[in-house]
Design a protein. Sequence first.
Length: 145
Amino acid sequence: MQTVLVERTSAIVVVPVEPPRTIGARPAVAWKAGVQLDAAIDQALKLLLMAEQVHVLLEAQQARDDVKLQDLLTTLRRNGVPIELHHVELGGRHAGELLVQAAYKAGCDLLVMGAHTQSWFSDLLIGGTSKDVLAHLDLPVLLHG
């Protein structure tokens, strides 16, 4: 999976064995500022603009005044897309599981996120949160590394 995420220029969508009836009508964006998320949002923007509602999952300590976050929210609002912000307590090793649970609880049918790597051997493994999300795959995930 790491090779797939690193060696291509477009996002990938990983779908669980039993996908939801719709994909992308109510997406969640797992907000962690970085080039990986920027690329994922670029790839998903048309889908986000057509959504019934977009949910943004923020770590509790993340600032709502993040410039890139505000740019995304402004773009969605200008296009009439309702937005709901969710503050999620992520601490610990199971951040990915908590993100999937928060998205599922909000009724989301897709999780958009950057695939972050975390160590010097990142060429071999997907980073902690991304790997954790894929291990608890209950809804489709759009990833960009």
